[in-house]
Design a protein around this ligand. Structure first.
Ligand code: PLP
Length: 415
């Protein structure tokens, strides 16, 4: 790393973070390891250049190469997902969602999204977000019976609330989402339909989750989760809405695009077209399914009864442990998870009754079912020894050794 011996403070912290990522088990479902090619594109001179506007229609001179880079990113995004139009400029998934709101809603309009307490995202209408502050946000939940989406119930809410925009997509929902049904509901009440595939984009690209393309008016995604690219967002739509979306992103809600990130998105989208990426996505799901089974065998309750995708929620109630206690003890043991509300949780978001586990990052390292079982046994043991410092320290050392068997950044950097 080039900062060595210069900005020693930042260098040392970067080195420590590299060490943490390499020698921890990252089970946070929204995280992944971008590879050296993505990192190279993201850490290059493209960061220097202003390129407000779009390819061939920029406000500044000197954009020839950037025009080509952005055009390639757009073409790759369209090809990968089978979309008519792609805007690759959103700085994040939240910005991508905001652009759709900005393009088709007026302040005060009604939006219908998944309740954040049941797996939805902040930008789907939660109170602290712009989406809950500037719009009349109403929500649907999972069914109490099986903790899955109940499309008749969603239709009933839509009929009652008459939203202008319906959002499907989640941060913590482990079953397939039926985008076709969502579109039918939207059509019935005269709403736009936006599918937010931030979490499942890699699975959709690989054909392993039903695609929203052909059903949704707008599809938004992040590029850094299962898609394994740089931190960022993309909005897709048909030609009909292309102009509206482009002017919502710029100049509506953003200024100059992050061209280094757009180059890194292009690199990641190219990787996502390979057979290797498809196999990777298959293994993510196989690992998640097997991990959910192992956790259930160890006496944990799996929300919704299992998983179809890359993540699942574990209800810790049978173990008498809170999500927060689990997160803290597991972190001290080198296992990164996040506390998560489970549907109909009686605890607060800061405490929670559950944790969310995801397999994208450990699968990137080459771990398979056998390793998932070992990880589950380690999690169970830590939760049985919650406040035992030396147990956590021993586990931390074990995790470090375990990670050495699946090197990722240590193949590229001297750590
Ligand atoms: N949409 C969903 C479903 C998400 O899970 C997330 C992030 O976790 C986002 C949008 C927002 O992405 P970002 O954190 O890049 O703003």
């Amino acid at each position: 790393m080039k900062l060595e011996g210069k900005d020693t403070k930042i260098f040392e912290l970067m080195r420590r973070e590299l060490d943490r990522e390499e020698y921890s088990l990252i089970l946070i479902a929204s995280e992944n390891y971008a590879d050296e090619d993505v990192l190279a594109a993201q850490g290059c001179v493209l960061t220097n250049k202003y390129a407000e506007g779009y390819p061939t229609k920029r406000y500044y001179s000197g954009c020839t190469h950037l025009d080509e880079i952005e055009s390639i990113a757009i073409e790759r995004a369209k090809e990968l997902f089978g979309a008519e139009h792609a805007n690759v400029q959103p700085h994040s998934g939240s910005s991508a969602n905001m652009a759709v709101y900005y393009a088709v809603l007026d302040r005060g309009d009604t939006v219908l999204g998944m309740d954040i307490a049941h797996g939805g995202h902040l930008t789907h209408g939660a109170k602290p977000s712009f989406s809950g502050k500037w719009y009349r946000a109403v929500s649907y939940a999972v069914s109490e019976k099986d903790e899955m989406l109940d499309y008749d119930e969603i239709l009933a809410v839509a009929r009652k609330e008459r939203p202008k925009l319906i959002i499907a997509g989640a941060s913590a929902y482990s079953k397939f989402i039926d985008f076709k049904k969502f579109r039918e509901i939207a059509d019935e009440v005269g709403a736009y339909f936006m599918a937010d595939i931030a979490h499942i984009a890699g699975l959709v690209a690989a054909g392993l989750h039903p695609s929203p393309f052909g059903h949704a008016h707008f599809v938004t995604t992040t590029t850094h989760k299962t898609l394994r690219g740089p931190r960022g967002g993309i909005v897709f739509c048909n030609q009909e809405f292309a102009k509206k979306i482009d002017s919502a992103v710029f100049p509506g809600i953003q200024g100059g695009p992050l061209m280094h990130v757009i180059a890194a998105k292009a690199v990641a989208l190219h990787q996502a077209m390979t057979e290797e990426f498809k196999q990777y996505q298959k293994q993510i799901i196989a690992n998640a399914k097997y991990m959910a089974k192992c956790m259930a065998d160890l006496g944990f309750r799996i929300v919704s009864g299992g998983t179809d995708n890359h993540l699942f929620l574990v209800d810790l109630t049978p173990k008498n442990v809170t999500g927060n206690e689990a997160q803290v003890s597991l972190e001290a043991s080198g296992i990164m998870v996040n506390k998560n509300l489970i549907p109909f949780d009686t605890r607060s978001p800061g405490i929670t009754s559950g944790i969310r586990l995801g397999t994208p990052a450990v699968t990137t390292r080459g771990m398979k079912e056998k390793e998932m079982e070992i990880i589950c046994v380690m999690i169970d043991a830590v939760l049985k020894n919650l406040n035992d410092r030396s147990f956590m320290e021993n586990t931390r050392a074990k995790v470090r050794e375990f990670c050495k068997g699946f090197p990722f950044y240590s193949r590229m950097y001297d750590i």
